[in-house]
Design a protein around this ligand. Sequence first.
Ligand code: FEO
Length: 135
Amino acid sequence: MSLITWTKEQFGTTVSKHDQEHQQLFDLLNNLHDAAGAGNRATTGAALDALITCVVNHFASEESNMKAIDYAGFAAHKEAHDKLVATCADLQKKFHAGQAEITTDTTQFVKDWLCGHIPTVDFLYGPPMNTHGMG
Ligand code: FEO
């Protein structure tokens, strides 16, 4: 069973580009969750790398659009992104060095972060981006 499921009601930002990116993130997180649950280190490592690449690209995409509209909440939003990326990069490094494992606790942590971030922080850019024709 999937760890996380995207629905418009729960996660729709009204900006289709970012909604699509969020759905891709959820798919990759579900892949990582399955791999970690199965205990296959090679599959887990590949899934972890794919997820982190997608996270980094998604954050850059949102930040680019926020900058383009001179969004007032940019600095605080970017700070939240940077903090998660630092945590992920540290874990990725330790995992590949054999100093840490990815477990379903890890994937639950990422799920909780996304469930806390998208509906409260990401949702705020919806109206101003729509105003600028970014829906
Ligand atoms: Fe969709 Fe701000 O991350």
